[in-house]
Design a protein around this ligand. Structure first.
Ligand code: KG4
Ligand code: ZN
Length: 325
C-alpha cells in the first residue's frame, strides 16, 4: 500500500491507496482558520500543518485498517505550493519513510490533480484534455500518458478560484467565495452585465485580473445601494464570465482534437454552471467526486504510482519547491 501526504496549501491530507488505485482512506483536515483573514495566511497554515499532520496520518492508517508496517511506499507533494506548508509534509514523509527504510516518491501537485482521474472505481485512460481550476492554479493540459502532462495553457494572473474568491469579497460574501457566489448567482441573471472574458488573450492561456477590476468598477458605478439591490445579477454575470473564460479555451483546445475527452478537477469543478457548460460541449466529460477534485492525498498517492521512487537514504536531502518549473 501507498501512504500519501499532501500539505501544499491549507488542507492537511493523508491517504492510503493500493497500487491498483483503490482508495482505502482519504483524510482531509481543513484548517478553517483563514476565513477571518479573507484568504490563506501561509505562516498560520504551516503551523497548523505541524499540529495536525501526525493525527491525520494516524487517522488515514486507522481508517484503512492498516499500520505503517503495511506501507511499501511513502508519497508526498513536493511542490508547487506554499513552501512552509510543503516543508511540513516533506519532512514528515521523510521521517516516516526513513524510520522503515521505505522508498519515497516526490509528487508534483498538479500531476496529482491529473492523477485523481486514474483512481478506482472509474479511472479515465489517456489520452484526454484536463482542465484544473482551483484557488491556486488554472491549467489546461493534454494527458497522453499516466506519468506526466503537457501544459497547453495557464493563467497569466489570478487563478479561477481566486477570481471567485475576490469577486465574492467585493460583493460582501465570506471566504472561500466560490460556493457563496454561485449560490447567490442562482437568483440572478447571467446576462445582466457584460463582464470581460479575456477574449483578447490568444492561445490557450487564461486571465482573470481584468474581470475582477471590471466588477469593482461596476459596483462603484452602480453605487452602494443599487449594487446591493442587484447583488444576485452581479454574481450571476461574474460567474458567467469566469465559466466562459475557462470554457472558451477548452473549446479552442477541443477544436484541434475533435475526438478528445475532457476531465475537470480543482475546487472550481464543484461549480454547477461550469459542470453544465462542460456537459454541453459534446465530448465525454469526467468530473471526479468533489472530494477528489479539491486538494487531497489520494490523488498524490495515485500520481506516485508513476513516479520513480527514491530509495533510502537518497531522499533525506529532498527539498520542496514553491513554484512550477
Ligand atoms: O482545490 P481547492 O479546494 O483548493 C486549492 O485552491 O488548491 O479549490 C478551492 C477554490 C476556492 O477558490 C473556492 O472558492 C473554489 O475552489 N470553489 C468554487 C466552488 N467551490 C469551491 N468556485 C466556484 N463554485 C463553487 N461551487
Ligand atoms: Zn490543488
Amino acid at each position: 500500500m501507498i501512504l500519501a501526504l499532501e500539505t501544499s496549501c491549507d488542507d492537511t491530507c493523508a491517504a492510503v491507496i493500493t497500487r491498483a488505485g483503490e482508495i482505502r482512506s482519504n483524510v482531509v483536515s481543513s484548517q478553517g482558520i483563514h476565513d477571518r483573514y479573507g484568504g490563506v495566511v501561509p505562516e498560520i497554515a504551516s503551523r497548523h500543518h505541524l499540529e495536525l499532520v501526525n493525527a491525520v496520518v494516524d487517522d488515514a492508517l486507522a481508517q484503512a485498517g492498516a499500520t505503517l508496517d503495511d506501507a511499501e511506499l511513502i508519497a508526498v507533494t513536493q511542490g508547487p505550493g506554499l513552501v512552509g506548508a510543503l516543508l511540513v509534509g516533506v519532512a514528515t514523509a521523510k521521517g516516516l519513510a526513513a524510520a522503515r527504510r521505505l522508498p519515497l516518491a516526490p509528487v508534483d501537485h498538479l500531476q496529482g490533480h491529473v492523477a485523481a482521474n486514474f483512481l478506482a472505481p472509474d479511472p479515465v485512460e489517456p489520452p484526454f484534455l484536463c482542465l484544473l481550476a482551483s484557488g491556486g492554479h488554472t491549467l489546461l493540459a493534454r494527458v497522453t500518458e499516466h506519468g506526466t502532462h503537457q501544459r497547453l495553457g495557464t493563467t497569466l494572473d489570478d487563478a479561477a478560484g481566486e477570481a471567485f474568491d475576490k469577486g465574492a469579497r467585493l460583493l460582501g460574501l465570506g471566504y472561500p467565495g466560490g460556493p457563496a457566489l454561485s449560490k447567490l448567482a442562482l437568483d440572478g441573471d447571467p446576462g445582466a452585465f457584460a463582464f470581460p472574458t479575456a477574449a483578447r488573450v490568444g492561445g490557450l492561456d487564461f486571465s482573470f485580473a481584468g474581470l475582477k477590476t471590471a466588477l469593482l468598477y461596476k459596483v462603484r458605478e452602480l453605487g452602494e445601494e443599487e449594487a446591493q439591490r442587484r447583488r444576485a445579477d452581479l454574481a450571476a454575470s461574474y460567474e458567467h464570465a469566469i465559466v466562459e473564460t475557462l470554457m472558451a479555451r477548452v473549446e479552442r483546445a477541443l477544436e484541434a482534437e475533435p475526438d478528445a475527452r475532457l476531465a475537470i478537477g480543482g475546487g472550481v469543478a464543484a461549480n454547477a454552471r461550469l459542470r453544465e457548460r462542460a456537459a454541453g460541449l459534446g465530448v465525454p466529460v469526467k468530473v471526479p467526486p468533489i472530494a477528489l477534485c479539491t486538494d487531497n492525498a489520494a490523488m498524490i498517492g495515485s500520481a506516485a504510482r508513476w513516479v520513480e521512487p527514491v530509495p533510502f537514504p537518497g531522499y533525506l536531502g529532498l527539498d520542496a519547491y514553491p513554484t512550477a518549473a
